[in-house]
Design a protein around this ligand. Structure first.
Ligand code: ASP
Length: 267
């Protein structure tokens, strides 16, 4: 028996009110249409979450993948993760340098290692060994290279992330999240995005992808808490997600999350 699939995307909580997001919104519409076709054809939630995230990474429109911003030392250290709700398998890379699609590296960690996360040089060596696509020339590849922070001046919300949550027609849930983290981050800084439970989560109840100031999302274990509240407090996806964001806010942080539950409700 098959059900109706559902999908939700985000392009980061770093949006600025005065900026024109026409391109991003049109791009997301294209991604949704392409992924709807994949889901209707029977693709798995995990495959679709990864494919959508690759399209978001490659667009250069968000602070992830091609649109990444460098850290304080000028290096591009990217984070990504994914989780398959049906199997509770997960994969992640942190502070990965030199590869086109961090979410593909995260998938390879899940599929081809006994680990959940690889970081830094070890992650890059693994990605190389797996034959994942490298970035030949960072200045030519990254859309923000050489721009400094001119499109995110100090004092504005200076970060962004991408994410995708999917319910497939067989009832499986999956989530993926990818980011360059926060502008002006210290070398080696890792936020919530590659931390399973904080920036990304999927189980049999819900798939969740977070964005915002990662330090706060880690401290409330945000993504996993959305599902835990549904299980323990028997609340709706919507009120669970709102309660988690309120927890982030009470600590002094801010951000957002997207989620889908097993019934196809979106939040
Ligand atoms: N959560 C990400 C991080 O802290 C940034 C973002 O979502 O904008 O790395």
């Amino acid at each position: 028996m098959t059900g109706r699939p559902a999908l939700i995307l985000h392009g980061g909580a770093g949006a600025r009110r005065e900026r024109d997001y026409t391109l991003e919104i049109a791009h997301m519409g294209e991604v949704v249409a392409a992924m709807k076709a994949r889901l209707d054809a029977g693709a798995s939630a995990l495959d679709v979450a990864v494919e959508a995230t690759v399209l978001l990474e490659d667009s250069g429109l968000y602070v992830a993948g091609r649109g990444a911003s460098p850290n304080l030392a000028g290096a591009y250290e990217l984070d990504a993760s994914l989780m398959d709700g049906a199997t509770r398998k997960a994969g992640a890379v942190a502070a990965l340098q030199g590869f086109r699609n961090p979410v593909v590296a995260a998938r390879a960690v899940m599929d081809r290692t006994p680990h959940v996360m690889l970081a830094g040089e070890g992650a890059a060596l693994f990605a190389l060994d797996q034959g994942l696509e490298r970035i030949a020339d960072e200045t030519a590849w990254y859309t923000r290279a050489g721009q400094g922070e001119d499109n995110h001046p100090p004092g504005t919300l200076a970060h962004g992330t991408v994410g995708c949550c999917v319910l497939d027609r067989d009832g499986r849930l999956a989530a993926a999240t990818s980011t360059a983290g926060v502008f002006g981050k210290m070398p080696g800084r890792v936020g919530d995005t590659p931390i399973i439970g904080a920036g990304c989560w999927a189980d049999q109840r819900a798939a969740v992808s977070c964005t915002g100031l990662g330090e706060y999302f880690m401290r409330v274990n945000a993504a996993a808490d959305v599902s835990a509240r549904i299980a323990y407090a028997n609340v709706s996806l919507e009120s669970s997600a709102a309660a988690v964001i309120e927890d982030v806010r009470q600590l002094g942080g801010y951000g957002g999350l997207i989620a889908v539950d097993a019934a196809g409700n979106l939040s």
